[in-house]
Design a protein around this ligand. Structure first.
Ligand SMILES: Cc1cc2nc3c(=O)[nH]c(=O)nc-3n(C[C@H](O)[C@H](O)[C@H](O)COP(=O)(O)O)c2cc1C
Length: 152
């Protein structure tokens, strides 16, 4: 059974690009072994992540992530059985804050603020898919590293 889980959390200290890079590297390696796909966003000390895959693998991975001392206040925003993956090509892609983010924050919130704890399931999934799509397009166009948008 294919499921999608989206959660938000708060970093225990401000993360450097290197620290987020380490999380990503480990995530890609582990997730690809379990056919887990998804995206991770980090902005204003919030982590915002989507995991998709076999239910038992997604659940196990989430429990491991939630116990990680680099962040706390993990809160699930969305958990559902789905027919298809949104991020099938990505074992874990970093979706950086970048040019279109402010417009999308406004589209998916009451006040344009990025406070992912307040998102509904629909807002969370919509924002992550549009951000990742925009990031992919921009990255393909300019061949820049996604990290060039890294927001401290
Ligand atoms: C915000 C955040 C997101 C993470 N995402 C993943 C993930 O998608 N997959 C994963 O295996 N580990 C992820 N981790 C790392 C796990 O918490 C944990 O350190 C790692 O899975 C341990 O892997 P190991 O047992 O192979 O050393 C994440 C950690 C943080 C703080």
């Amino acid at each position: 059974m294919l499921v999608r889980l989206v959660y938000v959390s708060y970093a225990n200290s401000a993360m450097s690009e290197k620290e987020v890079g380490d999380i990503l590297e480990k995530s890609k390696a582990n997730n690809s072994k379990k056919n887990i796909s998804g995206v991770l966003m980090y902005s204003d000390r919030y982590f915002f992540q989507c995991l998709e895959g076999e239910r038992k693998d997604v659940n196990k991975t989430y429990l491991r992530i939630a116990a990680d001392s680099r962040h706390s206040r993990c809160m699930q925003i969305e958990y559902s059985q789905v027919d298809a993956r949104l991020f099938a090509n990505w074992s874990m892609e970093y979706v950086a804050y970048h040019g279109v983010a402010d417009q999308l924050f406004l589209k998916y919130s009451e006040n344009g603020m990025f406070v992912p704890y307040d998102f509904s399931a629909g807002q969370a999934v919509g924002l992550l898919s549009e951000l990742s799509q925009a990031a992919t397009e921009a990255n393909t166009a300019s061949k820049r590293s996604l990290f060039s948008w890294f927001k401290k």
